[in-house]
Ligand binder design. Structure first.
Ligand code: AMP
Ligand code: ZN
Length: 496
């Protein structure tokens, strides 16, 4: 529902200005948001999920405020080389080579996995999910423009962005705070393996080696675009030269986002983004979760408990709740103990929400100023999407709900409606949690107990030669997807 008066109160921390700023969209009522998506060459790990969950929270809240949001999140399916200095093999081509399959099979497999995992965590799909390979023409056009402006150069079929030239009139490093002098001194000198004039220059187009399978024709060579370029091409195409929000993980600030700014300013002669937002990292043992170091957990391991660092399995909503208990700009360290604490809190919240339906109403409300509490929930989210403060507010409501149940506080019908509406909106629509009660936590065990009762009743019916009843039990269970199987050791069941 639109709460338009609150739209004007949202503050966003802008990584570009390093300040919290009042959010003013370019077009009133509309928001254009671009978030860098995954490179689909392996399964997403829990760290990746954290970043996308942070932006899901942001997307959900903007929508809740009544904004019409166009949320673009790309799929990187070409151009992302093994390291940031435009060296090494394309990550997707390498995986295809190792697994002896087509690059597009790699892309398909991990895109499906990515969607499946985000779905389990209840992330909303973006409005547009474009791919790098679907926008080669647009990328070539941008390179032509940058070449025309004299801010890129071609060498041996590859095209590089001229960082020093650009920096004469613009500011390379404005987002990351890196100084061009330091970059010049600290970027390692490339040992003649490169055609770059200066090591800090970055590739816009790379000529493909003969064995490189992912290649496209261009005015310069058969090759492929540099990684940073795809995001400039797709954000410009779908959100325009100038849009509201650009996000990604903190580790993308440099060089990826710095290069995006340079490319946009060089080709469109304008600052592309009003608010740069960066989500902080999920760590494990104090180190960033990353595929390359082996220091990571896969989401499916969370759901099955099959990882040595886990004491047990955790439901996706519990993991999501754990992530949202930290602010998106804070580092969050993963531990099974912390997850267990979150699980307790999560079910406490769910049980209180489910208890609302059973509360007895009074003539008046005592114990919580519900209107004021609702405002505090909005204040938390309006303060740069502060989900931990919001969750603390939700627990104030949990306390109140339990007090009403115990007869220590009172709630009127009107108060109860506002309480229910607010807690539902914030918990389910905005935090994106799914309603699981603590009793559904062990629903698997409960189901098997219930079916065991029916199996025993059926065995009794058969012993009494009441075959009509025994068949009825079997058939009715089958109708709801529970198959009984009679074996020599008794009856077992399976579900579909
Ligand atoms: P990639 O597929 O490597 O480009 O990563 C996809 C997204 O996940 C990017 O926005 C990264 O910044 C983010 N990311 C990678 N590692 C982590 C981590 N340990 N914690 C949070 N976000 C991460
Ligand atoms: Zn990007």
């Amino acid at each position: 529902m639109a709460i338009s008066s609150l739209q004007g109160e949202l503050k966003i921390y802008n990584s570009l200005t390093k300040k919290k700023e009042l959010f003013k969209p370019i077009n009133q009522g509309y928001v254009g948001m671009y978030v860098c998506g995954p490179t689909v060459y392996s399964n997403v790990h829990l760290g990746n999920v954290r970043t996308f969950t942070s932006f899901d929270l942001i997307y959900r809240y903007l929508r809740h405020l009544g904004y019409k949001v166009r949320y673009v999140r790309n799929i990187t399916d070409a151009g992302h080389l093994e390291n940031d200095a435009d060296e090494g093999e394309d990550r997707i081509a390498k995986k295809a080579r190792l697994d002896k399959i087509e690059p597009m099979e790699v892309v398909q497999m991990y895109t499906v996995d990515f969607h499946d995992i985000l779905n389990k965590f209840n992330l909303l799909p973006p409005s547009i999910e474009p791919t790098a390979t679907g926008h080669i023409i647009e990328q070539i056009e941008i390179i032509k423009t940058i070449l025309d402006k004299g801010l890129a150069y071609e060498v041996n079929g590859s095209v590089y962005f001229d960082v020093l030239k650009y920096n004469e009139t613009n500011h390379y490093g404005k987002l990351s705070g890196r100084k061009i002098e330091d970059l010049i001194h600290n970027t390692r000198t490339l040992d003649g393996q490169t055609d770059k004039k200066n090591p800090q220059d970055f590739a816009l187009w790379k000529k493909a080696e003969p064995q490189h399978i992912m290649r496209w024709p261009s005015p310069w060579s058969d090759g492929f675009p540099g990684w940073h370029l795809e995001c400039t091409a797709m954000s410009t195409k779908y959100l325009g030269k100038h849009f509201d929000i650009h996000g990604g993980g903190m580790d993308l600030k440099f060089p990826h986002h710095e290069c995006e700014i340079a490319q946009s300013e060089a080709s469109c002669e304008q600052t592309p983004v009003n608010y740069w937002m960066h989500a902080n990292m999920l760590t494990l043992n104090g180190q960033k979760m990353a595929k390359s170091t082996g220091n990571y957990i896969l989401p499916n391991e969370m759901f099955s408990g099959e990882n040595d660092v886990l004491s047990k399995a955790f439901a996706p909503s519990v993991v999501r709740f754990f992530m949202l208990q930290a602010h998106y700009r804070s580092i969050l360290d993963f531990s099974s103990t912390a997850l267990e604490a979150s699980e307790k809190g999560f079910y406490k919240l769910m049980d209180a929400i489910n208890l609302i339906e059973k509360l007895t109403v009074s003539n008046t409300t005592e114990g919580l100023d519900i209107t004021n509490w609702r405002t505090k929930c909005y204040n938390a989210m309006n303060d740069d999407f502060n989900s931990p403060i919001l969750i603390a507010e939700l627990f104030n409501a949990v306390k109140f709900i339990n007090q009403v149940k115990d007869g220590k506080s009172m709630v009127s019908q009107e108060g109860l409606s506002l309480l229910r509406k607010t807690i539902h909106e914030f918990t389910f629509d905005i935090l994106g949690l799914r309603n699981l009660s603590s009793s559904s936590n062990d629903s698997g065990d409960k189901l098997s107990d219930v079916v065991d009762v029916l199996i025993n009743l059926r065995a009794e019916a058969r012993a009494n030669k009441d075959f009509a009843l025994s068949d009825q039990i079997r058939d009715q269970l089958a109708a709801i997807g529970i198959q009984l199987k009679d074996g020599k050791d008794g009856t077992t069941f399976s579900t579909n």
